[in-house]
Design a protein around this ligand. Structure first.
Ligand SMILES: [Zn+2]
Length: 340
């Protein structure tokens, strides 16, 4: 596929000048516009302009996305967002203005330049809109949520907006995973950053792979009935619900999530709970390896009793003797520490 625009990655930007004591967020698709610039340059939306778009009318798509969410009887949100064109926005952005109006801006020129086949353009635009609605629904644009945003937190927000996008696209009858990925596919031009998980540590957004996984999860888990629109109000509990349901098949993903928000203790608990259940040497070794990597990131102590159980299970699972030896050494150290 050929794309005329590399519309790069979404990011939440902390504006340079706070509008009040709290700092409102600009959650966008790769933009340099600040909160103040948007307030100054983007006209408050009134009558909708007549759009002569080569492919798709974004206003129609916005209405369609909102309509589809509202059809869901479990929908708890009023979704009274204002959608407006503004050339200061490089692509699309969400803000809450000083009058508490929740606005989603988009750049018409940018949308016009997406040169994929017509149906994909339509899906790409729906995905961008759904991602931005996700930022609003998840409260990312609230002034109270705009201060001291760490990089892991920013990445988490982007993943959640992507997850929401996958969820929303699933509402469209006949929509496929590929349709849900159309927005991110347009970023897939070789220029996307971060490219690796190592680079991700210092980036405001996740790797494309991780973002696509979030979209797929949102889509699949909506279709399988694991989540519903109301659950986005308590999004923090969603990962746990899914973990409880899927257990080991989801564990690495859940653990990655916990690590990405620096919840090392939480990640360790999940890993150790699974180390006690495993009966497969490959899986056990993988868990032990992740546990060992985690220990390089944070000081995490495991009780001697828990370690003994993990050793027992690791032996039963025919785990790598070298890994078991490391656990025995750790147990020895922990026992010594307990005696001190
Ligand atoms: Zn975003």
């Amino acid at each position: 596929m050929l794309f005329a625009v590399s519309y790069e990655q979404l990011q939440c930007q902390v504006p340079t000048a706070p509008a009040s004591d709290a700092t409102p967020m600009v959650c966008s698709f790769k933009c340099t516009a600040t909160y103040q610039q948007l307030l100054q340059n983007c006209v408050a939306p009134g009558t909708r302009p007549v759009i002569v778009a080569p492919n798709v009318n974004p206003y129609d798509e916005f209405d369609e996305v909102i309509r589809d969410i509202k059809k869901d009887t479990l929908n708890p949100y009023d979704l009274s967002y204002t959608f407006a064109s503004c050339s200061t926005v490089c692509n699309a952005a969400s803000i809450m203005d000083p009058q508490d109006m929740q606005i989603i801006y988009y750049n018409q020129d940018f949308l016009n330049k997406i040169k994929i086949n017509d149906a994909s353009v339509q899906w790409a635009i729906r995905c961008i809109i759904a991602h931005e609605i996700g930022h609003q629904v998840l409260g990312h644009t609230l002034p109270a949520n705009g201060t001291n945003i760490s990089l892991p937190e920013k990445r988490k927000r982007e993943r959640r907006a992507d997850y929401f996008c996958g969820f929303v696209i699933s509402y469209f009858p006949g929509a496929t995973i590929d349709n849900a990925l159309a927005g991110l596919e347009t970023l897939n031009d070789g220029n996307y950053f971060p490219k690796t998980t190592q680079q991700e540590d210092a980036a405001e957004y996740p790797t494309l792979d991780n973002r696509m996984e979030a979209v797929r999860d949102g889509f699949n888990q909506a279709r399988s009935g694991d989540i519903n629109i109301a659950l986005f109000r308590s999004i923090d509990s969603v990962a746990q619900i899914l973990y409880n349901k899927y257990g080991s098949s989801q564990i690495f993903r859940v653990v990655d999530r916990e690590i990405s928000v620096n919840n090392f203790e939480g990640a360790k608990e999940i890993i150790e709970a699974n180390l006690l259940k495993s009966g497969n040497s490959i899986y056990q070794n993988k868990l032990l390896q992740i546990r060992s990597d985690l220990q390089k990131k944070a000081v995490l102590t495991t009780s001697p009793a828990m370690l003994e159980n993990i050793i027992k299970q690791s032996k039963k699972s025919n785990a790598d003797p070298q890994r078991i030896k490391q656990l025995q050494l750790e147990l020895k150290k922990n026992n010594a520490a307990v005696r001190e």
